[in-house]
Design a protein around this ligand. Structure first.
Ligand SMILES: NC(=O)c1ccc[n+]([C@@H]2O[C@H](COP(=O)([O-])OP(=O)(O)OC[C@H]3O[C@@H](n4cnc5c(N)ncnc54)[C@H](O)[C@@H]3O)[C@@H](O)[C@H]2O)c1
Length: 439
């Protein structure tokens, strides 16, 4: 099938590449010329495991191309996917400017029936807005399909190739048929293609993200309570996770959620509720808890070293909002680092993939280290913010030598407190009893 995907960010690039990998002819469109040029040269502007190799193969085999021109791919495609950003506006609502601009562009260039598919996360009712935007311009019939994306950055290819489910919201048999044909190669192992109305498909994406964010904030509150009552949140997590009604996923406490999706999607649900005459106090609390949690690590630093941190130096391991990505949008590391800088501390940072992105966030306010141990030199303490695998089994003896004080604030509970005691560290995990170096 010939398709085009508009927007070559984390979602569009992965979706376009995976559709090409299953044999379709895919044109990826982006309005940032430099991005398209980079992609044409075989380079990938973002870090996503396995993506570069997959792009190269499909480009070489002629199934995947990149352009800034929307008109021609629209004329040649049966389905046009919209995968542009829907950032948060100051009032918490989702900015649909780019989505509607692309919809108008598709309407102008269509020369026959088209399926217009929203992959971007959009508020309930956007399918109607897209239709209203396109109707006066389009000279041919079209269907609007709502096809939310559930992939996780860091495992996006795997998630797209083997989804738990595919959600398709539409109103016409023709549109469902085309979408089924596109997705059937990805659901051979039995995952369902769930066909529903557009509004329910749009709501499904927000409900999923809001529920996952709720689990995280819930566990963060339980962790904070564990610290007060002397319980161990890791034991509690296992205790509740084995309940099949609950399950193990998204029960890890930490430094709060970030990324380009959860914060803005929670806000968008709150906003949609308000627009429809309803308050959503549960999600207000989820957000409030998350904002507080992002400050927890620095509160622990202050409790240990005092409010004034001039002359102190701290090492940060992990900047990306989660491992296996270079994405720092809304990353908790930003709150943590700013909290330290505001109190006068010097900050030395390391991340396996996000140093380039971090430079555009912090400029020369921090020092950047390609090797994790280099960031520790003369630091008063280490703060772990992202749970990259390579941080799980470090050389503790070397760390002790490099750090000025053997203190670790672990925002991801990577280490066994008993092991930290044996190594002679002062260790502050989340929701577990801290370990103090003797003397
Ligand atoms: N990142 C994720 O993990 C994820 C997962 C599921 C859903 N989503 C949703 O998917 C959407 C895209 O997210 P993303 O992370 O890929 O965003 P992104 O910012 O990484 O990518 C968006 C891309 O669209 C391009 N673009 C913007 N306006 C355009 C226009 N008018 N014409 C052509 N290209 C244009 C931008 O240049 C950019 O390359 C959002 O709605 C997001 O909520 C994201």
């Amino acid at each position: 099938m010939k398709i085009c995907v508009v927007g070559t960010g984390y979602v569009g690039l992965v979706a376009g590449t995976c559709f090409a990998e299953s044999g379709n002819d895919v044109v990826c469109v982006d309005n940032v010329a430099a991005k398209v040029e980079t992609l044409r040269q075989g380079k990938v502007p973002i870090y996503e495991p396995g993506l570069e190799e997959l792009i190269r193969r499909n480009v070489t085999e002629g199934r995947l191309t990149f352009t800034t021109d929307l008109a021609e791919p629209v004329r040649n495609s049966v389905a046009c996917f919209i995968a542009v950003g829907t950032p948060e506006l100051p009032d918490g609502s989702a900015d649909l400017g780019a989505v509607l601009a692309v919809a108008r562009g598709i309407a102008e260039s269509m020369d026959g029936y088209r399926v217009v598919v929203t992959k971007s996360t959009v508020p309930v009712g956007t399918h109607r807005k897209i239709r209203e935007e396109m109707q006066p311009i389009a000279r041919h019939p079209f269907d609007v399909v709502s096809n939310p994306e559930f992939m996780k950055e860091g495992a996006a290819i795997e998630d797209f190739m083997k989804p738990d489910r595919v959600v398709i919201g539409a109103a016409s048999p023709e549109a469902f048929k085309i979408m089924r044909e596109l997705y059937e190669p990805f659901v051979r192992t039995g995952a369902p293609i769930l066909e529903m109305d557009n509004a329910s498909a749009e709501m499904t994406k927000y409900a999923a993200n809001a529920l996952l964010a709720t689990r995280i904030s819930f566990m963060n509150e339980i962790a904070n309570l564990c610290e007060r009552v002397g319980a161990d949140v890791d034991q509690v997590r296992r205790g509740v996770g084995h309940d099949r009604r609950i399950g193990h996923h998204f029960l890890f406490p930490g430094v709060g959620y970030g990324g380009s999706c959860f914060p803005k999607d929670v806000q968008a649900v709150i906003h949609t509720a308000l627009e429809n005459g309803m308050r959503f106090p549960l999600l207000n609390a989820v957000e409030e808890v998350n904002d507080a949690q992002k400050r927890r690590l620095v509160e622990k630093v202050v409790a240990e070293f005092g409010e004034r941190l001039e002359g102190r130096r701290f090492a940060i391991w992990g900047l990306a909002f989660k491992p296996r990505t270079d994405d720092m949008r809304e990353a908790p590391s930003i709150t943590v680092i700013n909290g330290l800088l505001e109190r006068g501390a010097a900050v030395a940072v390391h991340d396996p993939e996000a140093l380039g992105v971090a430079k555009s966030v912090f400029g020369d306010k921090v020092t950047y280290h390609r090797v994790n141990y280099d960031a520790l030199e003369r630091a008063d303490a280490l703060l772990i913010v992202t749970e990259w695998n390579e941080f799980r089994r470090p050389d503790f003896a070397r760390m002790k030598q490099l750090l000025r004080h053997s203190v670790i604030f672990d925002g991801r509970n990577l280490y066994d407190p008993e092991v930290m005691r044996e190594h002679g560290f002062t260790y502050f995990p989340i929701g577990r009893t801290p370990v103090r170096r003797p003397g």
